[in-house]
Ligand binder design. Structure first.
Ligand code: ZN
Length: 416
């Protein structure tokens, strides 16, 4: 079975990962969370979340796509308009713009066009073929330009078997860091470049929504791009079935979510996707999605913990590490959000403590939620979420810590 590859990180000055969308599994795993990635600042302290700079007043994020298309027969990008025409490029461009609108259509975030209309710059185009960063040399990608670019005609060694598309992200771990020609970072954890690559070697074809039904062997461009844009905004994979951030693409010829409409541009997303975006870029004016539930997942007997007391220096395991904690709307039964439990960090007393802590949200207020925790023993395995913990500790950091193994050796019980 294909699984998404482990996130790869490189260098003390940057974090780089290629999040790949693989063909094609669409089975029901145990529900789990939207996930975010963390990086330890160069100055030490506690891990910080990786995200774009969407602070109010920040320069709009420059976004573009390359009009260079692979010269394949049959074409890799299938459109209702004839290949090689201006109408074809217009159709692809409008599909991309509509897909951005899926994410900017989420209410309660600073990426939302109505609450903060200048988060994204207008979608630009470039005729340059290799407009995305090239493969890393010594851990750092070349040609980092700070423009988040979509490329349909750029080769990469990251296109291993089954990889349809991926997003390469460069993250600063301190302010004032420079990468290539990108503007210097403002804060630790800032995504300074995020480029999206589609496979261009004839192993897969991608169709716009207008062309999908007549090309049942092609993958839906909109759903794959919506997934990669989630990475661009800083989300990692989710195990929630039908979440856009689920790591496997829908089968060729299908789009299993609801197509966006003018009145519901974010219709393809799950509530878990929306909660993830709101957690990264909360709109201070939002009065609805402001609920948080926190707690700890603890074994009935602390001596049941494999690492209690700690078995290696710097490891402080006092709770269940790596449980999935899920919030279900008590009246509708829907999964609203889920999170990875396991650690917390006191800025006054770093490093991270692996005490089973979780913080779940943001959740819409005015609802009742049922919370449950479960181990990673389903389709999605503990190794699939290792990337979400990879940046919690860092080599050479002081004080040091060691990320423990994800605990799958527990049985949740429902309290009567
Ligand atoms: Zn992905």
């Amino acid at each position: 079975m294909n699984r998404f590859p482990s996130l790869r990180r490189a260098s003390r000055r940057s974090a780089l990962f290629a999040c790949a969308l693989l063909a094609q599994y669409w089975l029901a795993p145990a529900a789990f969370a939207y996930t975010r990635d963390f990086i330890l600042p160069a100055s030490g302290g506690c891990p910080v979340v990786e995200r774009q700079n969407f602070a109010i007043g920040a320069a709009p994020l420059p976004i573009q796509w390359s009009t260079s298309l692979p010269n394949l027969n049959p074409p890799a990008i299938l459109t209702a308009a004839a290949p090689g025409t201006a109408a074809q490029l217009a159709e692809i461009g409008s599909t991309i713009a509509q897909t951005y609108a899926i994410w900017t259509g989420v209410s309660g975030t600073l990426v939302n066009a109505s609450s903060y209309p200048n988060a994204l710059a207008p979608l630009a185009i470039t005729s340059t073929q290799n407009a995305c960063s090239s493969d890393p040399v010594n851990g750092i990608p070349n040609n980092v330009d700070g423009i988040d670019t979509i490329c349909f005609n750029q080769s990469s060694s990251a296109f291993t078997t089954g990889v349809l598309s991926f997003t390469r992200i460069v993250v600063a771990n301190a302010p004032s860091q420079s990468f290539g020609s990108a503007p210097a970072s403002i804060f630790a954890g800032q995504i300074v470049d995020a480029d999206i690559y589609f496979r261009n070697d004839g192993q897969a074809t991608f169709a716009t929504p207008a062309a999908l039904s007549s090309n049942p062997g092609a993958y839906d461009l909109e759903s794959l791009l919506a997934h990669e844009l989630g990475h661009l905004f800083g989300l990692d994979h989710s195990g929630v079935w039908r979440a856009i951030m689920f790591p496997y693409a829908p089968p060729p010829g299908s789009f299993l979510a609801t197509r966006p409409t003018a009145s519901a541009p974010d219709a393809p997303l799950s509530d878990d996707d929306r909660a993830g975006l709101r957690s990264l870029y909360p709109d201070p004016a939002d009065t609805i999605d402001i609920g948080w539930i926190s707690g700890r997942v603890l074994p009935a007997n602390p001596f049941a913990l494999a690492d209690f007391p700690a078995t290696s220096a710097g490891e402080y395991v006092t709770g269940i590490f790596g449980a999935q904690v899920v919030a279900v709307d008590a009246s509708s039964g829907s999964v609203i959000a889920a999170t990875l439990g396991g650690w917390t960090c006191d800025p006054a007393n770093p490093p991270a403590q692996f005490d089973g802590s979780y913080t779940l949200g943001p959740l819409p207020v005015g609802h009742s939620y049922v919370i449950y925790a479960e181990p990673f023993v389903g389709l999605v395995q503990a190794s699939d979420i290792a990337g979400a913990f990879a940046g919690v500790c860092a080599t050479g950091a002081s004080p040091s810590c060691t990320v423990p193994a994800v605990n799958t050796n527990f049985v949740p019980r429902v309290r009567p």
